[in-house]
Design a protein around this ligand. Structure first.
Ligand code: SAM
Ligand code: SF4
Length: 472
């Protein structure tokens, strides 16, 4: 195979096909848009072309119909449950030069810091005392940080337990792509989801944004999820950085990536993230995104993703402010970070809690307790830290099969309620506890499976008597 042929073989993103889909979608009439919305409500997902039809629609009435369909799909699959996590930045040292990131190797104004074992444990202890059970570890990319070193940091996190119910039950990881052997090392220490965002699927733009370092290799990154799956990590998380290129192109690229992974490995991504470019120290482009996305467009992106990949978790971070987050929760988000700090060491030491040196600006600065109170009081959502499936081996393809049979509703809601109860007992402020207990009572009243309801009531009572970590 010549170099050009092998490149075409490995690059399964066919840009011409994507542009052709977009051009055709622009011509879709009202009837076609309505038909795609109707199809989405069957919860079987959408093709890239159908997705483009929705994204390119400009009729405000049909946009409203898109939002309504997304809300109903979200409710049918996920109910009113919302999974919570916190990011934990382990290092901001980075050898890459991503034009949009404050950790860019050329940024001489950023104080570089890598946590040692003791410092990682201190951070985890603080997060546990706030009530967190699920963390996303974040790393810059540097030759010093190989798979063995990353695995050790993960072991450090799992090793910390504190009083009450303090323990981290799932560690997800967002680090630079590794080789299959490296991913195997991470799999062996028990990582949850491996996350890696392609940023943009447009190759020329990708090259312009990533001028040096290992990340400049587009194909190495594009195949990261395949390598992770080969190593046994069957929960993988994909993403696009909105603001750097045409959002419709990048969503179609992302869906093409999902489909390819499903074809080759039997399972698509467990989660999708959609960071939107935020101001970052010394990044001109982060202050002036070349493709800014309005709040309406962003809401539509989330809604359309929910329709296109109905069973994939959609993750929203604290990059967005509290108001935007509220709106996005309604149209499809299923996982949310809260109380985040994006500088290594900033949870345990206030001197590192400096907005000027964070990786990017945080839009929602509320504490975990405040976010939870908002979720409960403003939305009636049940915050969940549930990790039962992963601990019972229900991951990857197995999880997706169960999800499609309504399993999420049957197990995830009661298990979510149990973790919420644990939070209320051990960590909530008085006000949050009051609002939370009321929500649990309401949920029990409307829960229509008598057998599981009895099990649930029993476990809730046992929790009041001091038992912890109970699930169905
Ligand atoms: N270094 C690893 C990598 O690049 O994959 C992982 C860590 S990196 C901090 C995680 C993600 O942060 C990137 O994939 C990118 O999408 C996002 N990011 C970087 N700069 C950002 C900015 N200015 N605003 C919003 N998100 C940003
Ligand atoms: Fe480094 Fe990741 Fe930031 Fe790029 S996005 S500079 S690789 S931390």
């Amino acid at each position: 195979m010549s170099h050009a042929e092998s490149d075409a073989y490995f690059n399964f993103i066919d840009e011409e096909v994507i542009w052709a889909d977009i051009a055709r979608a622009k011509k879709a009439d009202r009837a076609e848009v309505s038909a795609v919305i109707e199809k989405a409500t069957e919860k079987k997902g959408l093709t890239p072309y159908e997705t483009a039809v929705l994204l390119k629609n400009t009729d405000p009435e049909l946009d409203e119909a898109i939002f309504e369909a997304a809300i109903s799909i979200k409710k049918a699959i996920y109910g009113n449950r919302l999974v919570l996590f916190a990011p934990l930045y382990i290092t901001n040292e980075c050898a890459n030069q991503c034009a949009y990131c404050g950790f860019n190797a050329k940024n001489g104004d950023l104080d570089r810091r890598t946590l040692n074992n003791r410092e990682i444990q201190q951070e985890v202890a603080v997060l546990e005392k706030l009530g967190h059970k699920r963390l996303l570890l974040v790393y810059g990319e540097h030759p010093r940080f190989g798979a063995d070193w990353i695995a050790e940091t993960i072991r450090d996190v799992y090793s910390v337990t504190s009083d009450k119910s303090g323990e981290i039950r799932r560690v997800n990881v967002n680090c630079a792509p590794l080789d299959v052997e490296g991913f195997r090392t991470l799999h062996e220490v028990g990582i949850g989801t491996y996350q890696c965002f392609q940023e943009t699927y447009h190759r020329e733009t990708y090259s312009k944004l990533h001028l040096a370092g290992k990340k400049a290799d587009y194909l190495w990154r594009l195949h990261a999820m395949h390598r992770a799956q080969e190593a046994g990590i069957d929960d993988v998380g994909m993403g696009v950085l909105f603001g750097v290129f045409d959002p419709v192109f990048d969503i179609l690229g992302l869906l093409t990536h999902c489909n390819q992974l499903e074809r080759d490995c039997g399972v698509g991504p467990h989660t999708i993230s959609f960071p939107r470019l935020e101001p970052a120290l010394n990044s001109e482009m982060a202050y002036n995104p070349p493709y800014p996305t309005t709040n309406h467009e962003f809401k539509k992106i989330v809604a359309v993703l929910r329709m296109a990949v109905p069973y994939t978790g959609l993750i929203l971070t604290t990059r967005e402010n509290a108001e935007t987050r509220k709106e996005l929760l309604e149209v499809g988000v299923s996982q949310l970070s809260a109380g985040s700090r994006t500088y290594p060491g900033a949870y345990s030491d206030p001197k590192y809690d400096r907005p000027d040196v964070q990786q990017f600006c945080i839009g929602d600065n509320r504490s975990l307790d405040e976010v939870i109170r908002g979720i409960v009081s403003d939305h009636g959502y049940v915050p969940s830290w549930c990790t039962a499936c992963y601990r019972l081996g229900r991951t990857g393809e197995h999880f997706m099969e169960l999800a499609k049979t309504g399993f999420i509703q049957k197990f995830c809601l009661p298990n979510g309620l149990l973790t919420f109860k644990e939070y209320l007992e051990d960590y909530a402020s008085g006000e949050t506890k009051k609002a939370g207990e009321q929500l649990i009572r309401q949920e029990l009243e409307t829960y229509d499976d008598p057998k599981r309801r009895t099990l649930l009531v029993d476990r809730l009572a046992r929790m009041e008597n001091g038992e912890r970590d109970l699930y169905l």
